[in-house]
Design a protein around this ligand. Structure first.
Ligand SMILES: Nc1ncnc2c1ncn2[C@@H]1O[C@H](COP(=O)(O)OP(=O)(O)OP(=O)(O)O)[C@@H](O)[C@H]1O
Length: 258
């Protein structure tokens, strides 16, 4: 039995005279790694920003885990069950790795602000649990030994893994990774690939924007290709690779081929 995690239908987004997304639809099933690729400026980040509540779409409908949802604010989207990472890493640089993950975990806590202010027993117990879970997340992505290091002191690859740990801490239905391999060397990419495989094998569902086509093709169950905001292909990695429009879009004049 397949179970749909995210269903997006007919999403559009215009910036002034520029149609950044034009009637884009996709269905992501539980346990899939779903790739979103396309040349520079194709609309990939815009799509991520729409589904995570950073941009308001001009049209389209959204379902998450079988229920309709409207991605209006970032916080509401996190609560609904989508967690993301960013192309340009967005960590709290002066906070420790552990604290960064604890912030992600707070999306799922109950004590609230009053509990924190008065340090109620309920709050203290919850805080201890959050700390423990955050450490487990760091161990899971392989940077447990850096728990007490400030985020800014970690290597680039480790900061990207920390972002993934923070996203996982919200227990998302869908984890959306925006160019997780950007700036990584070959060794770091191998480790990242293993991590994404492990996250999938543990039953999570992943949407990934990635410029490294080799990585995408090796990792993704299905792929959507955008070009100038339009969906020019959708299918398995091998179907998409053979698609004439895709080859054209990547090799065509005026586009950087990556
Ligand atoms: N906030 C904005 N205001 C105006 N135009 C925007 C905005 N965000 C994106 N765009 C434009 O929308 C188009 C799609 O951009 P987007 O960043 O989504 O592409 P992308 O596929 O993620 O590209 P890249 O691979 O370079 O990150 C581009 O022409 C971009 O200039």
């Amino acid at each position: 039995m397949t179970e749909t995690v995210l269903k997006v239908q007919g999403v559009s987004k215009r910036f002034g005279g520029l149609q950044a997304l034009s009637d884009v639809s996709m269905t992501i099933q539980k346990g899939q790694v779903y790739g979103l690729i396309g040349p520079n400026g194709a609309g990939k980040t815009t799509f991520f920003n729409v589904i995570t509540g950073l941009y308001t779409p001009d049209g389209g409908s959204f379902e998450l885990g079988g229920s309709p949802y409207t991605p209006t604010t970032v916080h509401q989207v996190a609560k609904a069950g989508i967690a993301r990472t960013f192309q340009n890493i967005r960590l709290f640089a002066e906070m420790t790795a552990l604290e960064n993950v604890m912030v992600g975990r707070h999306v799922r806590t109950h004590s609230g602000l009053l509990g924190a202010v008065f340090r109620t027993p309920g709050f203290k117990a919850e805080e201890a649990d959050i700390r423990k879970r955050a450490q487990e997340m760091l161990d899971y992505v392989g940077i447990g030994k850096y728990a007490d290091f400030k985020a800014r002191t970690l290597s680039y690859g480790d900061q990207r893994r920390l972002e993934i740990a923070r996203a996982l801490a919200t227990e998302p239905k869908l984890i959306a990774l925006d160019e997780p391999a950007a700036g990584m060397n070959a060794t770091e990419k191998v480790v990242l690939r293993e991590l994404i495989d492990r996250i999938r094998n543990d039953g999570r569902t992943i949407l990934i924007i990635e410029h490294d086509v080799k990585l995408v093709m090796g990792l993704c169950d299905r792929v959507t290709v955008l070009d100038y905001g339009k969906q020019i292909a959708e299918g398995t990695s091998s179907e998409v690779q053979k698609n004439e429009k895709v080859i054209e879009a990547y090799l065509g004049a005026g586009h950087a081929a990556h």
